[in-house]
Design a protein around this ligand. Sequence first.
Ligand SMILES: Nc1ncnc2c1ncn2[C@@H]1O[C@H](COP(=O)(O)OP(=O)(O)O)[C@@H](O)[C@H]1O
Ligand SMILES: [Mg+2]
Length: 351
Amino acid sequence: MSLNFKKTYKFAVKSALYVTLFATGFAAILAYFFFKQHRSDLIAFCLVFAFSLYIFAFFVIQYRVEVFIYRRVKKIYDDVSFLESSTFRKQSISTDMATLTREVKKFATDKKMEIETLKVREEYRREFLGNVSHELKTPLFTVQGYLSTLLDGAMDDKNIRKKYLQRAEKGVERLIFIVQDLDMITKLESGNLNLNMTEFNIVEVVQNVFDLLEMKAEKKNIILSFDNKYPKAIKVIADREKIQQVVMNLIVNAIKYGKQDGSVEVGIEDLVNNKVIVRVNDNGEGIEKQHIPRLFERFYRVDKSGARAEGGSGLGLSIVKHIIEAHDENIYIESQFGIGSEFSFTLEKSE
Ligand SMILES: Nc1ncnc2c1ncn2[C@@H]1O[C@H](COP(=O)(O)OP(=O)(O)O)[C@@H](O)[C@H]1O
Ligand SMILES: [Mg+2]
């Protein structure tokens, strides 16, 4: 341990001076009254006395102060650096009060900021848990409702039995979707997202998603198509699986919030700086202006009532945003209420 006293003598100098002045004056008065000394002897006595006392007092005080303060300062350093070793790195310990005060102040400010962030995080955690249980409740109660009704006798009726079991299964499916989304958002938000960057054809990815969602679209008689023919591959560099998830979430929304007999169109265009932009258009219900800034928030939904047939978890777009941001790309929304919406995002083109 390097002990580096940055000595301050001022304290000892002054203290020794006060002691000396008092003691010398006192001794002079005593000597004058008790021994009736001559003036000159008295002055000589005072000088010798003052000088010796001063030297002695100075060293004693200086020594005591150093030991005393050093111990306490060191203790403070030790206590504080025990809490936060990075703030108090291997600095030499000093009895210099100014430095110590500054350090402790800085330490306190840092701690305060840390506590603030922790509070925000705690708030966030509470809100998140509240939202999660709220999301899970609806489908769970649905499933429970159908199962109880079946057990209470409905299972004796063959037609009802099948219908209720199918509805219960739907509820379970929804639960699974929500849990998958939660899993994904947790991974994304904890920053544990390792992008697996590869070169792939974005046209093919969109076509895959079309194929996967064909049945869903057919139920509302919605046509999924490209805005143009894309005979040539458009190669991009990104995490293929994650981008497929993005396209999937956007097209699922376009179908979900699209109108009966509507259409969903995907376009892929070149942009400046070696980028492409992928646009997902629908002619569905559109989004009112005031909702747009909040769409990407976790659990945010325009229609809060659980009554809607196909409620999602409200996580789809926040997953999309996380993935696009992890790629250092941008996402845009344009929407007109009652007319339709366009969600678009950029990707890095490969040479
Ligand atoms: N294509 C779209 N057209 C209209 N509204 C949309 C569209 N996409 C998203 N929204 C609105 O944004 C909200 C959030 O979307 P999202 O995060 O995917 O959650 P979810 O689909 O689970 O409700 C939706 O509830 C919906 O109100
Ligand atoms: Mg969605």
